[in-house]
Design a protein around this ligand. Sequence first.
Ligand SMILES: Cc1cc2nc3c(=O)[nH]c(=O)nc-3n(C[C@H](O)[C@H](O)[C@H](O)COP(=O)(O)OP(=O)(O)OC[C@H]3O[C@@H](n4cnc5c(N)ncnc54)[C@H](O)[C@@H]3O)c2cc1C
Length: 506
Amino acid sequence: MLEKIDYILDRVTMYKLILYVLTFLFGIAIILSFFEIIHLKVHEIIFSVTVLTVVSYIANKIFSFILKASTNSDSIYITALILTFLITPVFSVNGFIFLSFTATLAMLSKYILAIGKKHIFNPAAISVVIAGILTNQYASWWIGISAMSPFLFIGGFLIVRKINRELMVLSFFVSLFLALAIFSFINADNFLTNSQNIFFNSVFLFLAFIMLTEPATTPPTKKLQIIYGAIVGFLYMPYLHIGNIYSTPELALVLGNVFSFIVSPRYKLFLKLKEKIKISPEVIDFSFVPDKKFTFIPGQYMEWTLPHKNIDGRGNRRFFTIASSPGENYIHLGVKFSQDGSSFKRALSSIEKTDTIVASQIAGEFTLPQDANLKLVFIAGGIGITPFRSIIKFLIDTNSRRRITLFYANKISSEIMYEDVFDRAESQLGIKIVYTLTDTENVPKDWKGKIGRIDENMIKKEVPDYKNHYFYLSGPHEMIKSFEKILTNMGIDRKMIKTDYFPGYT
Ligand SMILES: Cc1cc2nc3c(=O)[nH]c(=O)nc-3n(C[C@H](O)[C@H](O)[C@H](O)COP(=O)(O)OP(=O)(O)OC[C@H]3O[C@@H](n4cnc5c(N)ncnc54)[C@H](O)[C@@H]3O)c2cc1C
């Protein structure tokens, strides 16, 4: 069952998924309102979503034109839908003005409350905080009725699984629960009654699943994400107050965003193409010139936005690993293309030197361990080689020796990429490179590498003392899952296996 869910999730981009989940919740809200389970009229909700969407769209167009910034249509609709669920619609001129004001604030916050062109606050949350201060009208979070809980659970589960933020959301729940227990203990209050007040409605689910998970305001590493979840969970506790200022969900999130902003790198790069070279039948290596210097750890990835026409259902953003080392002059990407490719890939393949691609949200922990004495085994399938190219080129650039064996599997020999870098690492640094071809029918006569899939026998033969090695796995989801099984069957502790996988490929 989970495999089927993952299969479907791999076929939809993160922003599209969030948009689909919000649309699904909107549909449910309309049905519940029709049956008067939600005490809002259907026409009021439709009025609200129309005003918020149209005003957000226009405001975003105007701001992006004035400030010459690239726009993302998915995030406009996501913010408009979130605001729809937070603000009680009033079908009147005043209601129209308030909705328009909040939508405009949300869009403006993306450009004005931004440093290094990266926005600091969740746009929906900060707009209702500011609107509340200025107009004394506060978000009601009407979506948070208990009847919505099962649907929020379903949608939230899909989002959290897709973006791998289980621990962050869990830490939010645990922290909220603990804060409540501490509060009840200190005030000699009834913990159960207090809990019911919070957990009986589903505001906390909407906040945790839909808003806390916003990628642009999430810290880059698991550890920081857990702290972030805990901070927002603690601050969310509704009984918390300083004087007359009581905690609200939006205020908790906005304060958490400040933490996230402080601990996150603030890069938003605007890059121009330097060169694109076909390095295998399906892969192009792109080199880009960034508009400013920036640092990253080899093995990390960024989110890439490419504005283009006729954007398909998969949207205009993708994650790509930086295949270059920090020591190189240009930023390299190794990108795989398929015949029935997305509009994003078609636009990327025909990118010109005058076009700009935007990269932000550097993240990822698929990086070398601090301890240089640890023995490592890298296992790559196809395009999964990109983080290893970055790491190994970095070791060459800095002349650093590490005990590494790289297993690199491809179907046919022409699919092997970045061979020059790996051959140099072998001769200069003594890194052992094991190439293998899995299409046994099409092996060249002069082939010196291995034949067949990387399996237990091959690993044991090439790395006899494999038990004290750390394993790094990179490639398609199915490959990662099967290696995790192989390695745990070989007695490798789960803690010694690091994974990176590229959703979007079968
Ligand atoms: C952390 C991370 C790092 C990554 N690093 C890299 C990297 O270095 N290099 C790299 O190439 N990728 C990388 N990826 C994967 C990348 O982000 C894309 O998910 C992947 O390239 C698929 O791209 P695409 O959606 O444009 O589809 P395509 O590559 O165009 O096609 C892939 C599959 O999707 C199907 N498909 C395409 N368009 C549609 C559509 N409109 N509707 C339904 N199905 C469609 C195709 O049939 C095909 O099977 C990384 C992903 C993550 C999460």
